[in-house]
Design a protein. Structure first.
Lengths: 439, 338
């Protein structure tokens, strides 16, 4: 493996690891706040237990997310010094604000985790909400920084110089809103389905049914509402990408030839040499409609993009298909769930609905990883779209391959330990929280 | 505005050394505690640092963000040439942060606790050691930006006796801070006496290592003596540190107020940092051949510095009151030993 690929892989690994923990850290506090609210309102002990149980999970995920985030702030410089030298002063604004947001999140979490019985009950509840809100703000800010790489703004690029820097304009670049919206909803979908799925499994196993049922309901509602909203934000994102990064859109869709009434390609195996997609389902005119709200308007294909500026088509296309495919599946499950709670209460008694949720446990996070792959790989070969190539940004230090191997080992072991801890938390629910086995 | 930014950078580094240092020190103390007292040390430390440890960590992130936004050339030079110690330090941070949380949030208490403890104490040692190495290397003049071979460019920039000695010195300082801090957290006389002894041991260790730093600096041709003693501020700061140290020992023997002892320990470390940084100011990194990276000359464009300063000021309006209230709330709820 050459060092450049190793550096990219290490960055991808670190981000791919961090994204899971930050999603959970962003979203779980809201679930907790709902359970906590019910506890304060109804005095139903089960809700207090749910809040406490979830808060332990949050503590584990938050700590892991905090350290992996710290690692990332160093890795930017360790792996991409040339990028940071120029980009740091331009897109640094969201990072400096994120420092504040994250700090507040950590302080509020301190109050929340150690505050049981020490403070006014509603103040304690409020600190939990602050954890969620500041987590969400952190997430939005970090995504805004990433959006800048897709949609550089706030400077003039003259003869290789970065002049007239305006950090505020850089932060509010063209892509920040669509990306942040898509990511925040994705965090709710992913965390919601993961949490709901785990509790659904425990209900099916008939363990602490009441505890898990009430947990399931809170998570499932968040997950399903988010899954219904996600296609709308996806549509905003797609139109936005088509306008700003036609190369990325073309790679996502494996759209090789610019044409009117462009067809939407579902699945298939893209062949970059032959410039065609094999075994795909083609829906004529749909791509044009998706991008331009009109069945006839041509959509820029890869043929309009110089060879050296094209992103890897196959990876981007597959990742995009996985994301959309899983999104649709989760959308269908959400529809079933809403029919169940609004029209067909009897469905809730059947185990097939819970089984669907169990099946969907990892789907959200797989979709998040796939979506992240789309946006990052789809931007290649650029690290700053149209301005700086990733290959020009990499550290001159040789031997990054070894660093990549060690990071991989560390992150794999951490994932295993976190999974193990989570398993033990769930297994111990009845011992820790004094819940009766049946409702 | 550049001064605001520099002040924040300095304050973030200082607070990381003081608060984060005491935090690392907790693990270092645990490492040097006999097995029969380990559990007590652990519990006391956890109660003391549990609620705030996550926040301590943030000072480092703030310092890094200030560097990469405001002073990108400094950030990238250091992260290129000190890549290896930085990565090791990062692994230390990962291992430490996760082990600390895992051992407190594992639902089952069994042999895994031993694993978490081992990881926690060793990474508590490794992390500040490499922080010291990195800090020393940044001013030792060993970073050679024109180096052609791997060794000179990426290894001997930090692997030298001076950096290593400063690394050990940093570890001792952290242990000292933690021991001083924990004295006020103890509930009975026996353990208080034990931690006072720990504090003294760590202090002596820091003193010896400090002397060693001077000696090594001298033999490696690093003009540390000149840096510290050829200017009034450096001399005054070091004298103040020594005087407060003497007072601290007196108070330790006389069972003085724990808060005064803490303040004095913090004061010493502040003075040491002041003496080290002020002489070079506004330079922050000394490269091979007497070249410098300066906070003034290598700062970002005006608008960047302005918005960075505003972001920091805005942040402190939110953070500081909340942080003080957090610390206050948890201190208030504890009985003090005197």
């Amino acid at each position: 493996m050459e060092d450049f690929i190793a550096a990219r892989s290490q960055m991808a690994l670190s981000l791919g690891f961090h994204i899971v923990f930050s999603c959970i850290g962003m979203v779980m506090p809201f679930f907790m706040a709902v359970a906590h609210f019910y506890w304060l309102r109804t005095n139903d002990v089960v809700y207090r237990n749910i809040t406490k149980a979830w808060s332990k999970g949050v503590a584990i995920f938050f700590a892991t997310g905090a350290v992996s985030g710290t690692v990332l702030s160093f890795e930017l410089g360790l792996l991409w010094p040339e990028f940071m030298k120029h980009a740091g002063p331009i897109f640094g604004m969201p990072f400096s604000l994120e420092g504040t947001a994250f700090f507040i999140e950590a302080i509020a979490l301190g109050f929340f985790l150690y505050g049981w019985g020490r403070f006014n009950r509603w103040f304690h509840w409020f600190t939990g909400v602050v954890v969620g809100v500041s987590g969400l703000v952190s997430g939005i800010l970090v995504v805004a920084a990433n959006a800048w790489m897709n949609s550089p703004a706030g400077f003039d690029y003259v003869n290789g110089q970065y002049l007239n820097i305006d950090p505020i304009q850089a932060m509010f670049n063209d892509a920040w809103f669509s990306q942040a919206l898509h990511m925040c909803i994705a965090a709710f979908v992913a965390t919601g389905f993961a949490v709901a799925g785990i509790h659904a499994l425990m209900i099916l196993k008939k363990k602490n049914v009441r505890f898990h049922m009430q947990s399931f309901r809170i998570a499932a509602v968040f997950a399903c509402v988010a899954a219904l909203l996600q296609p709308l934000s996806g549509d905003i994102s797609a139109k936005d990408v088509a306008k700003r990064q036609p190369a990325k859109l073309a790679a996502m869709e494996a759209h090789f030839h610019t044409e009117a009434a462009a067809s939407l390609i579902v699945g298939g195996i893209p062949d970059s040499k032959a410039k065609e997609v094999k075994y795909a389902l083609k829906l004529p005119g749909m791509l044009s409609f998706m991008v331009h709200s009109d069945f006839q308007t041509p959509v820029t294909g890869l043929d309009k993009i110089p060879e050296q500026d094209q992103p890897p088509v196959a990876i981007t296309h597959y990742a995009f298909q996985i994301m959309v495919g899983l999104g649709v599946l989760m959308l269908l499950i959400s529809l079933c769930y809403f029919v169940a709670i609004l029209k067909k209460k009897s469905w809730l008694q059947h185990s097939w609905l819970l089984r669907l949720f169990v099946l969907a446990t990892p789907m959200g996070f797989i979709a998040v990883e796939a979506g992240w792959t789309v946006t990052e790989v789809g931007r290649q070969p650029w690290i700053i779209n149209g301005i700086m190539r990733t290959a020009d940004a990499v550290t001159p230090m040789p031997g990054i391959v070894y660093s990549f191997y060690i990071f991989t080992a560390v992150y794999i072991s951490l994932s295993l330990i976190v999974t193990f801890l989570l398993y033990r938390q769930i297994k111990m629910v009845d011992k820790l929280y004094d819940v009766s086995p049946t409702a | 505005m550049i001064y605001v930014v520099i002040a924040f950078l300095w304050a973030a580094i200082l607070l990381y050394i003081l608060l984060g240092g005491a935090d690392f020190g907790a693990g270092i103390i645990e490492l040097f505690t006999s097995n029969k007292n380990k559990q007590y040390t652990r519990t006391t430390m956890y109660q003391a640092i549990g609620p705030v440890w996550e926040a301590n960590h943030m000072w480092l992130i703030i310092a890094i963000v200030v560097l990469f936004v405001g002073f990108p050339e400094i950030y990238t030079t250091v992260s290129t040439h000190l890549h290896i110690p930085l990565v090791i330090m990062l692994f230390g941070i990962i291992a430490r942060g996760t082990a600390f949380t895992f051992r407190n949030y594992d639902a089952v208490v069994d042999n895994m606790q031993k694993v978490y403890n081992k990881i926690f104490v060793y990474s508590s040692f490794v992390t500040p050691f490499f922080l010291g190495v990195i800090a020393a290397s940044a001013v030792s003049g060993k970073i050679d930006t024109n180096a052609a071979d791997f060794g000179t460019a990426y290894i001997f920039s930090w692997l030298n006796w001076f950096s290593v000695t400063v690394g050990f010195f940093t570890v001792a300082i952290c242990g000292y801070l933690a021991a001083i801090f924990i004295i006020g957290e103890t509930k009975d006389d026996a353990s208080r006496i034990r931690f006072i002894r720990k504090a003294k041991q760590m202090n002596v260790a820091a003193g010896i290592l400090g002397a060693l730093v001077f000696w090594v600096a001298h033999s490696e041709g690093i003009p540390l003596n000149e840096w510290l003693f050829d200017n009034a501020v450096g001399v005054i700061a070091l004298i103040a540190a020594l005087l407060s140290l003497a007072l601290l020992w007196y108070l330790l023997l006389k069972k003085g107020k724990v808060y005064i002892i803490r303040v004095l320990a913090g004061f010493q470390v502040t003075m040491i940092l002041l003496a080290i940084t002020l002489r070079h100011y506004p330079n922050i990194v000394v490269l091979k051949g007497g070249k410098y990276l300066s906070l003034m000359e290598h700062a970002g464009q005006e608008k960047t510095i302005y918005s960075l300063g505003m972001a920091l000021l805005l942040g402190s309006v939110f953070i500081l009151p909340a942080l003080f209230y957090l610390i206050y709330s948890f201190q208030k709820n504890k009985g003090q030993w005197h």
